[in-house]
Write a protein that binds this ligand. Sequence first.
Ligand SMILES: Nc1ncnc2c1ncn2[C@@H]1O[C@H](COP(=O)(O)OP(=O)(O)O)[C@@H](O)[C@H]1O
Ligand SMILES: N[C@@H](CCC(=O)OP(=O)(O)O)C(=O)O
Length: 375
Amino acid sequence: METQESLVSWKRIVIKVGSALIAPNQNGCSSHYLLGIAQFVVRCKAMGIEVVLVSSGSVAAGAHLFNAQEENTKPSIAVKKAMAAAGQMEMMATWDRLFDFPTAQILVTHGDLRDRERYVSIKETIFSLLENGILPILNENDTVTTDKLKVGDNDNLSAMVAAAADADTLIICSDVDGLYDSNPHENPDAKLIASVPDITDEIFSMAGGATSAVGTGGMKTKIQAAEKAVAHGIDTYVVNGFTVQTFNTLLNGKNPGTHFSPDKKPMNDHLHWMTHTSTAQGELVVENDFNAELDGDSEQLTSSEIIAVNGDFAVGDTILVRKDDGTRLAKAKSNYSSCLLSFITEQDDQDFANKFQDTTGPIISDSNIALLEDE
Ligand SMILES: Nc1ncnc2c1ncn2[C@@H]1O[C@H](COP(=O)(O)OP(=O)(O)O)[C@@H](O)[C@H]1O
Ligand SMILES: N[C@@H](CCC(=O)OP(=O)(O)O)C(=O)O
């Protein structure tokens, strides 16, 4: 492919496409809006920019295959999963037809992303596809998810993917021009917010849920996604995917919607994963006057300082370290199972507990801790 001159400095971008763009008429997957997005992908690639797609819409694309009764009433979870399974095929076939280079499907759950080994495997697959000129297209694996396993919305998923792919830019294509100071579908006087330098509570308070028949999460999950992405140093845009003008503006180096500025001091990949992708499987509760330095000295944490071990976690799981009063101190990888930690913290003989720890090693390690003191 001939390389074209670029007005943007992007090296690798993630484009998230919302359900309303995939199945605008709720009559199967339509290429109507996807064509403009595909042309944008092609132009980016021609400029030497690597692209990863996160495509919603499997449920919306598959809904028409179910009988009218299912379509008009709120479908059960089992039927929604079946819609996703069928719609995913239609959606991927549509995307694939729009490109003259190969595409690849990656279906993930939060259960995959929060497991470090599987996360690294997903990351390696994305890089390998990009190196070979293949377009990775991701979605949540809706058919196998449960409440415990799912991310639940593709905005947050796209931010996790952008971090995994080490992207510099995340573009969330939706059915509105960007973030407004209130939902524009409910308030005709709502004003577009062009730039968000900091994601504050006030910004969150502007965002409501989805109002369309097919969207999940609305603007709320887009702000959550932006919060995750900017913490990784990723420029984030929420834009209107209905119009090709959006993509021309972006390629001219301008902002057609809402731009969220990346943090000036982004987290490194591992800390970001622990803070924004991994979920704590349990917690260690320490005294309120606990004042040991967890930063750089976390390996000194002893069982005598732990007053409770909550939850059921295994060696290698992420845990939350918090004070008794609820103050969240850190997320960390536990080198002990909850069972073993409970056993040593319950020992009256402190010498035994200390000796045990001397032989078994630190409870948490400096290389696997993310401090939460700024939250
Ligand atoms: N402050 C806001 N600004 C813009 N849109 C908002 C706001 N609050 C709620 N929304 C809703 O968020 C919707 C976009 O999210 P969603 O329906 O989940 O779409 P998508 O499928 O693109 O993820 C808008 O159509 C709108 O109804
Ligand atoms: N994984 C779901 C999409 C969930 C979702 O977040 O939808 P959307 O709000 O349209 O981005 C699907 O493929 O239908």
